[in-house]
Design a protein around this ligand. Structure first.
Ligand code: COA
Length: 334
């Protein structure tokens, strides 16, 4: 059943993705840190990850994923009203969305970055949808893109095995029927220290009595067990809340599309929700955890493989640093 809205409905009409060429497998990692293919596969399900080299920018990956999504939606860049870039690893701390707007030639669009770590795509979907619901914009490009390899501590075996790079994008369009059936997004800063990519300041005295903090961002730190427990508890809850808002039962979900962090998390969440394994979309073996990019990359692959078909109902959920988490239930296609 579709919810009735006084404003405009949303259709998800195109998807695209782009990952770097360079592949690092688990055996390669075992040359760098004390680990093994068996350990990584058993604990995470990850086998390969794609890594961006020094010539590959976040904007390049994001722009290519966007072009593919725009083509699938059968619109042109000049039709786009708004670009939302969900990322934690912008090429420029001032924001990278405007650069992508330029690269695409999306001359009419306003563009901005949104940061919510691995929940970025779901938070972006909810944010972008508000502009359509209120009738302000008709065509929105939502991108999830991250190059976490820039920020991984490559000598920390607890984290370096997990992450990869990539970009995914979707086109959202105003529609008479509403395909965004329900959502719920959440934050809890009390557990913020469980997963950080934090700025550390050093005191620097400019003149007598005027001191500032100037430093650098430090590589990712994580309490893996805390994050694991958080995900397995909170993600089913937020999906159930979104299903409640959408007024649908778990049997009506065609695909469970979780942030691709760890196969054990995917399995545990599916089990709690009683979603059968064949409805769980998983491509993390090939890409690892690509942060904000993981949901749109997995969606794009499933659409292009013919798994996800027009009218299918997808329960998507992101979770990660912040801590942040959220779910959105939507139907694929026009
Ligand atoms: N290779 C081999 N051994 C490793 C290892 C690696 N890459 N990483 C950790 N270990 C060791 C630990 O040192 C520990 O050894 P000890 O028992 O001698 O102390 C042992 O394996 C178990 O470590 P533990 O941290 O309990 O493993 P785990 O089963 O919790 O798995 C993670 C670790 C990181 C895979 C898991 O906690 C996880 O996936 N958490 C969620 C992380 C996540 O998804 N983050 C991003 C969210 S957006």
């Amino acid at each position: 059943m579709l919810l009735q809205h006084s404003g405009f409905g949303i259709a998800v009409t195109g998807s695209g993705s782009c990952t770097p060429q360079v592949t690092l497998d688990n055996n390669g990692l075992s040359q760098m840190v004390d680990t093994s293919d068996e350990w990584i596969v058993a604990r995470t399900g990850i086998r390969y990850r794609r890594l961006a080299d020094d010539r590959t920018s976040l904007c390049d990956l994001a722009a290519e994923a966007s072009r593919r999504a725009i083509e699938m939606a059968r619109i042109t860049p000049t039709d786009i009203d708004l670009i939302v870039l969900a990322t934690s690893t912008a090429d420029d701390l001032f924001g990278s969305a405007s650069q992508i707007q330029y690269q695409l030639g999306a001359t009419k669009a306003v563009a901005f970055d949104l940061t919510a770590a691995c929940s970025g795509f779901v938070f972006g979907l909810v944010t972008a949808s508000q502009f359509i619901r209120t009738g302000i914009y008709q065509n929105v490009l939502l991108i999830g893109a991250d190059i976490l390899s820039r920020w991984v501590n490559w000598s920390d075996r607890g984290t370096c095995i997990l992450f990869g790079d990539g970009a995914g994008a979707v086109v959202l369009q105003a529609s008479e029927t509403d395909s965004l059936l329900g959502f719920e997004i959440r934050s809890d800063g009390t557990q913020n220290s469980s997963l950080n990519l934090a700025y550390k300041a050093q005191p620097k005295e400019l003149i007598d009595g005027v001191s500032i903090g100037q430093g650098a961002f430090h590589p990712i730190t994580m309490n893996g067990q805390e994050i694991y427990r958080f995900a397995v508890k909170k993600v089913p809850e937020v999906i159930e809340k979104a299903m409640f808002r959408a007024n649908i039962s778990v049997e009506e979900i065609d695909w469970l599309l979780l942030h691709q962090a760890n196969q054990r998390i995917l399995d545990a969440v599916a089990q709690r929700l009683t979603v059968p394994a064949e409805k769980v979309i998983s491509n993390l073996a090939n890409y690892g955890n690509t942060s904000a990019a993981s949901i749109p990359i997995a969606l794009d692959e499933a659409v292009r493989d013919g798994k996800v078909k027009t009218g299918d109902t997808i329960a998507a959920a992101g979770f990660g640093a912040g801590l942040t988490w959220g779910a959105a239930i939507f139907k694929w296609g026009r």
